[in-house]
Write a protein that binds this ligand. Structure first.
Ligand SMILES: [Zn+2]
Length: 280
């Protein structure tokens, strides 16, 4: 009898605990909605550092910038560019005097029609694959080039994706980490509210992780609608890129910038001709 009472007591305790944790989980989920609006600038974050543009030259007409789009640096499908080809392409940019920009510099170029060099390019990678660190980063470092990786918030440290440590090391050496949303969902299929949270949560995550003002977002699979453009501006990004082909210009809208897709199978020379063609 004693034993039965004891086990009933235990059961009661277990039930109470289960109920509590369930309640806590719910409470946790509802906290962000109930809390005051999130700060745009987290405490202790450095002030926005704008690039020094005093020596920049005027562009001929409205600025046009090739924003290169890479994904994985490996082999296997049309989104993967082999390491050897990537190396030849970076060598071509280097040998031909291209200046590789940061997102902040690209913003100033596109909005103010001035540039640090006659030939500029913004190198970007979508999805944040581990090979960006293992294969692309050593090549970029060798040529002292800057590049931008659009990382998916929930995939940090997951299989085949960058870890926080890898990203922090790269950030110290000219690589910028920007947003590819939290969950890599096609934004045009989401409610405006969900689109907003996908963008805002990832911006906050990267703002805190790298003590930066995350300036740029890449829409997953290039999908967006009118609400996406509003949400990108409303959550504090300065620019967004799509997968629409061509050089970027503010005439496309700063939240719908085009990109130059780099597919596998291009030698350094073929890549060079392709970049020049995009600018004509
Ligand atoms: Zn993607």
């Amino acid at each position: 009898m004693k034993r039965m009472i004891l086990s009933m007591c235990l059961l009661a305790v277990v039930f109470t605990l289960a109920a509590c944790s369930g309640h806590e989980a719910n409470a946790e989920q509802s906290v962000p909605k109930a809390a005051a609006p999130k700060e745009k600038t987290p405490a202790g974050q450095p002030k926005k550092k704008e690039p020094d543009t005093s020596a920049w030259i005027k562009t001929k007409g409205t600025a046009k910038l090739p924003i290169l789009m890479y994904h994985s640096i490996s082999k296997g499908n049309s989104l993967r560019v082999p390491k050897e080809e990537f190396r030849d392409q970076m060598k071509w940019l280097h040998d031909n005097g291209y200046y590789t920009m940061t997102p902040e510099e690209a913003y100033l170029m596109l909005t103010e029609d001035k540039q640090p060099s006659e030939k500029c390019v913004l190198i970007t990678f979508d999805d944040g694959y581990t090979d960006n660190y293992k294969e692309a980063y050593p090549i970029l470092k060798k040529y002292n080039m800057k590049a931008t990786i659009f990382m998916i918030g929930t995939l940090i440290g997951h299989k085949h994706h960058l870890t926080e440590e890898q990203m922090k090391e790269m950030v110290k050496n000219g690589i910028s980490i920007q947003s590819h949303t939290m969950n890599h969902l096609e934004l045009n299929g989401l409610t405006p509210k969900r689109q907003h949270s996908e963008m805002e949560d990832s911006k906050q995550l990267f703002d805190h992780m790298f003590r930066q003002h995350t300036a740029m977002i890449s829409y997953p699979v290039g999908r967006y609608n009118a609400e996406t453009l509003k949400a990108a501006a409303g959550t504090g990004y300065r620019m967004a890129v799509t997968t629409e082909p061509g050089a970027a210009s503010r005439e496309q809208g700063l939240y719908a910038l085009h990109r130059v897709r780099v597919s596998p199978g291009m030698s350094g020379e073929a890549f060079g001709a392709y970049i020049k063609n995009v600018m004509n």
